[in-house]
Design a protein around this ligand. Structure first.
Ligand SMILES: Nc1ncnc2c1ncn2[C@@H]1O[C@H](COP(=O)(O)OP(=O)(O)O)[C@@H](O)[C@H]1O
Ligand SMILES: [Mg+2]
Length: 258
């Protein structure tokens, strides 16, 4: 696609023509992080109706930014856009190198991020198969992942955002939910999330587990380490919230020694 055609698609997608919010947060972030590849990819999705518009910034992170949008049919979507330039290159490389599902590893940072994005998409699909509630993955290409939007008008809050207002009872239930996710993934799905915490659980009508970029399969040589990390984080967190949590060693043994 030609440069000016791409720019037009992007402008249409951000609604800049109509709204003239050239100084909005959305516009600033888009300007800062949308490189040529990202623009091309977004333009591609826009032309195919996968992303009709992006109207808000949900989150800005070291590795990725998440936007709220709608597709051409009016469905709300969340669009996770990985930075093609990231200081996390080393970590991403190490995680991917340990994953037996990942074959050839590109040396080029941009292409490595594409592999990372694809893996998160595959992880979402795999988690759904084992009845773990996650945002439904819609499509991915290069460094852009489109998924179901979790929320109503606003994006659903993270557990971390609402913990102060929760009753002890809710923590009990959320602990059972979260431990259930760890167990189901590991035992039935041969899988581990690897970054399961109060930051990656959204509370909607039901809790939803997000951020599957680190998730991997049991066959990965790092999987037991990741399982320990998830167990430790979850047990410590809910323990601090007053839940009568499992003993870490017991739970770990129960899971790995079958
Ligand atoms: N599908 C979604 N629907 C609504 N909000 C989302 C969705 N995915 C991510 N978010 C929001 O964006 C934030 C960052 O997304 P996440 O996947 O956790 O990336 P990061 O690697 O930056 O932590 C989340 O904490 C959550 O608030
Ligand atoms: Mg996260």
């Amino acid at each position: 696609m030609r440069e000016d055609a791409i720019e037009r698609e992007i402008e249409g997608m951000l609604g800049l023509r109509e709204r003239r919010e050239k100084d909005s947060e959305l516009y600033k972030i888009a300007n800062e992080v949308f490189d040529r590849t990202t623009k091309e990819t977004l333009a591609y999705f826009h032309r195919r109706g996968k992303i009709e518009s992006l109207y808000g910034v949900i989150s800005t992170g070291k590795e990725a930014n998440v936007f709220a949008g709608v597709d051409a049919e009016g469905n709300k979507i969340a669009v996770k856009i990985y930075r093609t330039y990231t200081t996390e290159f080393r970590r991403i490389w190490e995680y991917l190198a340990a994953d037996p599902r990942v074959g050839y590893l590109p040396k080029d940072m941009r292409k490595l991020v594409f592999v990372w994005t694809r893996r998160e998409f595959k992880n979402l699909q795999r988690a759904i198969k084992y009845a773990v509630r996650v945002p439904e993955p819609v499509i991915f290409r290069n460094n852009v992942l489109v998924m179901e939007f979790i929320g109503d008008e606003l994006p659903a809050p993270r557990l971390k955002d609402v913990e102060r207002s929760l009753e002890p009872l809710d923590f009990e239930e959320l602990y059972d939910f979260t431990m259930g996710v760890i167990e189901r993934l590991w035992k039935r799905g041969d899988m581990v999330h690897g970054d399961l915490s109060e930051y990656n659980i959204l509370l909607h009508d039901r809790p939803v587990v997000i951020d599957w970029s680190q998730a991997t399969v049991k066959r990965n040589r790092m999987s037991v380490e990741l399982l320990k990390r998830d167990l430790r984080n979850v047990i410590n967190y809910f323990g601090r919230k007053g839940v009568d949590v499992d003993d870490f060693d017991d739970k770990f043994r129960e899971l790995v020694e079958v």
